[in-house]
Design a protein around this ligand. Structure first.
Ligand SMILES: [Zn+2]
Ligand SMILES: [Zn+2]
Length: 363
């Protein structure tokens, strides 16, 4: 593959049109993979990095996108997937981010998502080897320390790509939360891809009822098919006190046993007001600012915050998509498809909230 090139969507300057450029395909280190991308979904983080800078780790110029699914083209050496099964060229896969494995968070706390040396995609300099670390690209380089998750035939490339960010984060949240008892009500704040996926997982994990709050109305129709027993349209119920009253009405006046926030920071104070004393709260959605009045915190409640996912959460998300396919219409969460050349249109549509989860499809 030396001297070979492929096309990729490159952010060369913040807020400027994304360019389709030729990028070198690198030689593979031992244990590395070259993957031909089949689909790359976009998420809010890509828009933030385009408007950026989101973090000092963002290095212009970079290939945008961090939610890939693709087919293995080449492997340097022998590799297995996360379950220990061999992998080979032709397998369709997703792959985890990389934690260092030797810092305090990796080795003592066993909380690799907060490893300070963690590597992720969609913001890495195009000028440094191995160049291809963004997903809106014909090919991606998979470093040797990534864990590989095979994608079964039942899961579309677009859904698998979304599992590489949104869905694995939701799975991490449910992992931290632990078991849901059959008498418990779960309230979900947010009806985007995370909220809809979380509604499905909550129902599947045995909640008595799932109450989902979000907007707009057409998205809530999908939410109902994704396992929510009842939905509340934010556009129709703009007053916070009315939304709290709605949750209490459906929980014998106590409030929800579990609240999962997958909207933004501003939704967390609202969600805490909907939680019953002693309940459990999962905070996932970031962005924006909010203050929590400590004097109003529910008594004896538990708060889980969630960052990204561990490699096994990629597997959990893929297995959930495959094994629950008959129960939930996962494909309805991917809202629009674009070719590589349509990347600017896709990003604009995301930035203006016209589409929820666009996918760039490669042939
Ligand atoms: Zn993402
Ligand atoms: Zn580490």
């Amino acid at each position: 593959m030396s001297n070979a090139e492929c096309r990729a969507a490159v952010i060369t300057a913040l807020n400027k049109p994304i360019e389709i450029l030729k990028v070198p395909i690198p030689e593979l280190e031992l244990g590395a993979l070259l993957v031909k991308i089949t689909a790359s979904t976009l998420c809010g983080t890509d828009v933030h990095r385009w408007h950026g800078p989101l973090s000092p780790k963002d290095k212009l110029p970079f290939i945008t996108g961090h939610e890939p699914c693709g087919i293995i083209e080449q492997i340097n050496g022998k590799r297995t997937d996360i379950k220990g099964d061999p992998i080979k060229p032709g397998d369709r896969v997703v792959w985890s981010y990389v934690a260092c494995g030797s810092c305090y968070y990796c080795s003592v706390a066993v909380q690799p998502c907060i490893c300070p040396h963690r590597e992720s995609w969609g913001h890495n300099s195009l000028e440094e080897y191995p160049y291809l670390l963004g997903s809106v690209s014909e090919y991606m380089y998979v470093p040797p320390s990534c864990l590989i998750i095979k994608v079964p035939d039942e899961v579309s490339s677009a859904s698998a790509a979304a599992a590489a960010c949104a869905y694995r984060t939701v799975m991490h949240g449910f992992d931290r939360l632990g078991a849901i008892k059959p008498n418990e009500t779960v309230t979900i704040l947010g009806a985007g891809p995370l909220g809809n996926f979380a509604s499905a997982v909550a129902k599947d994990h045995g909640a008595k009822q799932v109450l989902t709050i979000g907007a707009p109305a057409n998205r809530l129709e999908v939410t109902k098919r994704m396992g929510a027993d009842l939905v509340l349209n934010l556009d129709e119920v703009p007053e916070l006190k009315d939304r709290i009253a709605w949750v209490k009405e459906h929980t014998s006046g106590r409030g929800s046993d579990i609240v999962i926030q997958v909207a933004n920071n501003a939704a967390t104070p609202e969600g805490l007001a909907m939680l019953r004393p002693g309940g459990r709260f999962v905070h996932i959605g970031a962005g924006g600012k909010a203050n929590i009045p400590v004097e109003n915190l529910p008594e004896q409640f538990t708060l889980y915050t969630v960052r990204s996912g561990e490699p096994r959460h990629w597997l959990h998300a893929i297995e959930f998509l495959a094994s629950r396919k008959a129960h939930f219409p996962f494909e309805e969460m991917i809202s629009a498809s674009y070719p590589l050349e349509g990347v600017n249109e896709a990003m604009e549509a995301m930035a203006s909230y016209k589409v929820v989860k666009p996918v760039i499809n490669f042939n």
